[in-house]
Design a protein around this ligand. Structure first.
Ligand code: 6PG
Length: 246
């Protein structure tokens, strides 16, 4: 997929980044008067956003009965495991705010990551058939992060999953970065089916990898983009690459 030039929003700090991300999420949900679908990301960066959504100020802005929540990747562990991405989101806001029927976790109780991937792909395709007419995008918003090696979701550089072009969900038997557990991940073509992709990164330890991604290095995070919708990088000042010499 041709890499479009990323559009970048720089917020002063992590708190402002979470507020901006919440505004993008609310806007996308508000636009969809049917069944909005949000694809969450894992890792630590989005936790502040998730906790914000559960606060009285923000909670009232979402039509919780209509919004559906998915996860872009997960570690192949039970939801009550501290490593679980959906478990983190549940504990941060979903358990308090969303009807359980609207939360669609990757079934990590399946026999294997591959079996979980097959089941989740069925879930996504069924949701599309039931709630998306014609060629309306599957997701209204896809949240993504970026790892120090340039991975996004659980699509690691050089791994087959990162170059999958047909399947929507795939198993990742091992990870070369912590946590070293098997994963299940949506693929780039699936994640691209969105009105907006919002890639979030915060903190000085992301500066180096963002420099490489924004320079167009062949990395999964650099290839992540909406197909036909908007792609935004939302970062804070600490993560912003040094301005390049003119
Ligand atoms: C995961 C995430 C992963 C994450 C990046 C950044 O399962 O770990 O989906 O892609 O977004 O690793 O993680 P941090 O936000 O913790 O830096």
């Amino acid at each position: 997929m041709k890499m479009s030039r990323p559009r970048i929003i720089v917020e002063p700090n992590a708190a402002a980044l979470a507020t901006c991300a919440a505004q993008h999420l609310i806007a996308r949900v508000t636009e969809n008067t049917g069944e909005p679908a949000i694809c969450l990301t894992g890792g630590s960066t989005p936790k502040r956003l998730y906790e914000l959504l559960a606060t009285p100020e923000w909670r009232t802005r979402l039509p919780w009965s209509r919004v559906h929540w998915f996860i872009g990747d997960d570690r192949f562990v039970p939801p009550d495991n501290a490593l679980s991405n959906i478990g983190m989101a549940e504990r941060a806001f979903l358990a308090a705010c969303a009807p359980p029927a609207n939360v669609h976790p990757i079934p990590t109780n399946a026999a294997s990551p591959e079996e979980a991937a097959t089941f989740y792909e069925q879930t996504l395709r069924e949701f599309q058939t039931r709630h998306r007419s014609d060629n309306a995008p599957l997701f209204d918003l896809v949240l993504m992060g970026v790892g120090p090696d340039g991975h996004t979701a659980s699509l690691f550089p050089g791994y087959p999953a990162a170059s999958e072009t047909k399947r929507w969900v795939t198993g990742v038997p091992q990870a070369h970065v912590a946590p070293f557990v098997p994963r299940v991940s949506l693929t780039l073509p699936c994640l691209a089916q969105c009105r907006e992709m919002l890639l979030v990164a915060s903190g000085a330890d992301k500066r180096d990898i963002l420099t490489r991604v924004f320079a167009g290095e062949d990395l999964p995070a650099a290839h992540a983009q909406s197909a036909g919708g908007e792609t935004w990088w939302l970062i804070d000042k600490a993560a912003a690459p040094e301005p390049r010499e003119a």
